[in-house]
Design a protein around this ligand. Sequence first.
Ligand SMILES: [Zn+2]
Length: 570
Amino acid sequence: MVLCSVSAFEPAFEPVLEKLTAGLEPVCDVCKAGVEAVQEVWLHGTVLQDGVIDLVVAICEYKKIPKAMCTGLIPPFAEVVIPAIGNHYLSPEFLCYKAHLCSTPKYVEMNVTQVVQSILADAPPALSWPEPGPVAYRFLHVSDIHVDLLYQAGSAMSCPYESCCRFDLGTTNETTEQAGYWGALSNCDPPIRTVEAFLQQAAGLDIDFVLWTGDNPSADYWLYNRETHLQNSQALTDLFLQYFPGVPVYPIMGNHACYPQDQFHLGNEQWLTGGLADMWSVWLNPESQATFADNAYFSQKDNRTGLRILGINTQMCDNLNLWLILNDTDPGNHLEWLRQELYEAEASGELVLIIGHIPMGDHFCSSTWSTIYRAVVNRFRNIIRGQFFGHTHLDMFQVVSSLTPNDPPAGVLYIVPSFTTHTAHQPSFRVFEMDADTLQIVDYANYRLNLPLANQNPSQQPVWDLAYTAKAEYSLPDLSPASWSSLSLDFQDSNSPLLAKYWKNYANEYPHPGPLTGNQSIAEAMHKELWCGTSNAVFDELVQCAGLVGGDHTFKLLQELAGPWQNLVA
Ligand SMILES: [Zn+2]
């Protein structure tokens, strides 16, 4: 019997294929001409664009959203949506190929499983968690400061806008509803004096270096512009320099640094990437400044500890970044850059911390991006000593599962609760402890401000309380990924006392929403969110575990809009 393989069959089939596709070309040309005309109207038809913008603004106002928010947000977003959709979905190459009317260029979907396998191909055996020595280093992690440079004590802490605590956004005679001197537990961001008070206290905690993981502007995003964004970062940078002179600070930007919010157009954001690279030149070496100015990421060795700090730009995975519709396939080769940096660190015998803004399992982060990130973490699990993120404003952790059977989990993402109060969160920060021998994270202390108490004494500097230390709070034998994974598994039991503690810290609200009881369906959904959220570091897998909840629907839709990772083949 003769077996006919596919490759043996192909040469015979090729002439037939050629004839078929050659026959299509006149139709292809007609298609391209037609789509080009539609694309032209979409991209440059100002009457049409203005009409669509007016319609969306009208719908926004009909929904009782303040006019200033509708008119402040929709036109800048239209400047992203129109070219992103028009240059991808309405491009002749894309539409005519997808309609099977043109044979080239081809859009070839990447096989993500194969990419993952190729990343893991040369993975060394997973080493066991080393026994740490005594604590030698302390580092500060703070995120989502969202400082409000226009904060006004005495204004209304509730208002129809997304962000309040300014007299022009709302006033009230009710003293209990007025913004406090040090901040307000509401839809408000903190005044800069509260940031200064925190830095004053943190400066006395014997800190060796600082991780500052982004989101510096306040949440008044309908008023955003490029100048105020840089002013916010500059004001905070000045304070870090004042209170931590000579201490390395490793900063990275968040989604709120962008204008419009979340929109990062690769190669076109020099005002931001270059502006921040210049601003942070006191901390970033020339090489890091150059990569930051290009793509907002960096790799830098911390001289005191010998650690390599890899600062990543999570706008490359942000589902809300509509520029990714144009091309979401490893934008800026960021993940490949990360992999190569880790190869170099491995070859040099260096240990690594990764810092970023949006955590991988969050609905903001593209599932393909985080699937490949997880493979990279698995490959380099032996040298990655910690991963630090913010963005959610919640007190969280996410276990990075092992992709090789029988090995313990590959890592853990530490997600610090926000410094901002927005919305009703207690201003927080963390101090991590590390040993000198293995550079393992030994423990962390989570600090929290009792804001109502602080507001009773405007003339007195507020003091952050030590809310808990991780090992003691969660009865962890150590801070290995395996220990965090055991804790996550414990959360499957909705009556777990450790889950109750995690829930209390997770929400970080004042007053706290209370125990996971009461309304049964809410309690069940919250329970799923907590245990699925800690055991999954990929959005689609989180959805499989917990279902689509709240805003997940929008992010899922946006992820679909950006499409699969694909290559354009001529
Ligand atoms: Zn954020």
